[in-house]
Design a protein around this ligand. Structure first.
Ligand SMILES: [Zn+2]
Length: 387
């Protein structure tokens, strides 16, 4: 009997030894001088979509409440949701791993900003594996989807948010800028995430976009245009799309550009794009302005509707919702009858193979073509060498 117990203990020890990541180190070694007291977290170095970072190792059974995640229940990843933490890195990780059942929160990734305690910006820490559901978006909605935690990857950007409290009018808040290295790391991993899961440009969203009545993040200083232009991530307008004539010529939208500043029409366009409200339409308009028409201009993030807001809402609907290119894409997914003898390029003229590295400024979306059974990429960028 004694021999059996000894053998069993030996078996457990060996199993734990071989299952534990061989490069596990305490988080206090991975980020020297950042955590005090020691939060007793082990991390392993990992390659995160081309960026070297760390991953938090699963906590043992007696600390299982520290694992802030559960199953996606088979849901497919369709969204990438950006946040700011409103806390420094240390406190964020302590919150994301606290041993409590009371309102546990988390995200798949936390990206650092440069902090006074010598923490460099742009370091990526995985808190939750992508195949599991992190708890970052709550009772959210966009388009026909609800409870977006099931279908999204969440990235938290360390940023203290804004001075003041949430009851302060948006345009009176002072937001903290983002760290360049932090955004560079975010752009790199986001580009790979979007490509890997085939996430639509309009499904790369801020937390406030999917919970407009409750959340202020990632704020009006989050550089959505930079992510689009430098990394091909998310929805935006190109420089040659900044006029009504250009949008009409390029996308032939069924809706004419509204001649009046009209809240009902604006909300109809935002609803068509995917925004959902829980009765507070003003918060939907402000969320939209922070992401698009008043991005980088907090003083304009008020409820007043300006012509820029009408234009961005109309142009984004034209580009991402009603354009013929979008319709062509949809026909591939719904499986229209295969044109006999036609190739992918014949069936959908805009569907071309191209090198994403040559075409980073484009709106692109990798799709599996039902005709040629290959991955085709839609490209709208005339600078792409294979366009
Ligand atoms: Zn958030």
């Amino acid at each position: 009997m004694i021999h059996k117990n000894i053998l069993y203990c030996l078996f457990l020890l060996l199993t734990a030894f071989f299952l534990a990541p061989s490069n596990a180190i305490p988080i206090t070694d991975a980020y020297p001088g950042v955590f005090s007291p020691d939060p007793e977290i082990d991390v392993s170095s990992v390659n995160i979509h081309g960026v070297l970072g760390y991953a938090i190792n699963p906590f043992p059974a007696n600390e299982s409440n520290r694992n802030h995640y559960d199953s996606r229940k088979g849901s497919k990843i369709k969204y990438l949701i950006m946040h700011f933490t409103e806390e420094n890195f240390t406190r964020t990780i302590n919150i994301f791993t606290n041993n409590s059942r009371d309102n546990p929160t988390s995200a798949h990734y936390v990206i650092t900003q440069k902090e006074v305690n010598n923490l460099a910006g742009g370091q990526v820490l995985r808190v939750v594996p992508e195949e599991l559901r992190a708890w970052h978006a709550g009772t959210s909605a966009f388009g026909s989807d609800k409870s977006l935690n099931y279908v999204s990857i969440g990235i938290e950007h360390v940023n203290l948010g804004f001075n003041g409290n949430i009851s302060m009018p948006e345009m009176n808040r002072t937001y903290f800028p983002y760290d360049d290295n932090e955004i560079a790391a975010s752009g790199k991993i986001s580009r790979d995430i979007v490509k890997q899961y085939g996430i639509l440009p309009q499904h790369v969203l801020g937390h406030e976009d999917v919970q407009p009545a409750w959340k202020p993040d990632p704020g009006p200083l989050f550089p959505w245009g930079k992510l689009y232009h430098q990394y091909g991530v998310g929805a935006w307008l190109d420089d040659d799309e900044m006029s009504v004539d250009a949008i009409n010529a390029k996308y032939a939208p069924p809706r004419s550009f509204p001649q009046n500043l009209n809240q009902t029409i604006l909300l109809d366009m935002l609803h068509s794009y995917g925004f959902r409200s829980s009765g507070d339409e003003e918060r939907v308009i402000i969320a939209f302005k922070k992401h698009f028409s008043a991005n980088q201009f907090p003083a304009l993030c008020d409820p007043i509707i300006r012509v820029e807001d009408m234009f961005w809402a109309w142009a984004l609907e034209a580009k991402y919702v009603t354009s013929s290119l979008t319709t062509a894409t949809a026909s591939l997914f719904t499986g229209s009858p295969t044109p006999s003898g036609s190739s992918c390029v014949d069936a959908v003229p805009d569907c071309l193979q191209y090198n994403l590295n040559e075409c980073q400024n484009s709106l692109y979306k990798p799709i599996m073509c039902k005709y040629c059974k290959q991955t085709c990429n839609l490209c709208r960028d005339s600078t792409c060498s294979t366009f």
